[in-house]
Design a protein. Structure first.
Length: 136
């Protein structure tokens, strides 16, 4: 899975993330966590739009390469910090997977999925996507 490096900065109530390798790609949030989660969505949408327009998607640079970029240096000098954001793209193609889960947890998953009108697979995929997006 590809990760794009963003630069997060701001103050309480107003944080932003910009992605030097994806021109114009940015996100905001009231908290650092919210800005990060919104950044995951921003990266996904940026890449989907670029591909939909037939444009190429830049390869993500590593932190060392970004540190050498003069524009990035100035943002970091002003208090910005690096954050690694995963590129979570759906392929539209389901894949089967065998997993082992405790029977009690599986029952709780089925109950929670039913309450939300989801299938077990959709619920697990949604939970995994949320967990990956939070970086936890």
């Amino acid at each position: 899975m590809a990760h794009y490096i963003g630069i997060i900065d701001g103050s309480a109530g107003a944080y932003g993330v910009v992605f030097p390798d994806l021109p114009g790609c940015a996100s905001m949030g009231a908290t650092i966590d919210e800005a990060f989660r919104n950044g995951v969505e921003a990266v996904r949408l940026w890449v989907e739009d670029a591909r939909g327009d037939g444009d190429s998607v830049p390869e993500p640079r590593d932190m060392d390469a970004l540190r050498a970029d003069e524009d990035v240096k100035s943002v970091l000098a002003e208090g910005g910090s690096f954050v690694s954001v995963p590129l979570l793209l759906d392929t539209g193609r389901p894949a089967r997977a065998n997993v082992s889960i405790d029977a009690g947890l599986l029952a709780a998953i089925d109950e929670a999925a039913k309450e939300r009108g989801l299938t077990r697979s959709a619920f697990i995929a949604s939970a995994a996507r949320d967990k990956i997006a939070k970086g936890a």
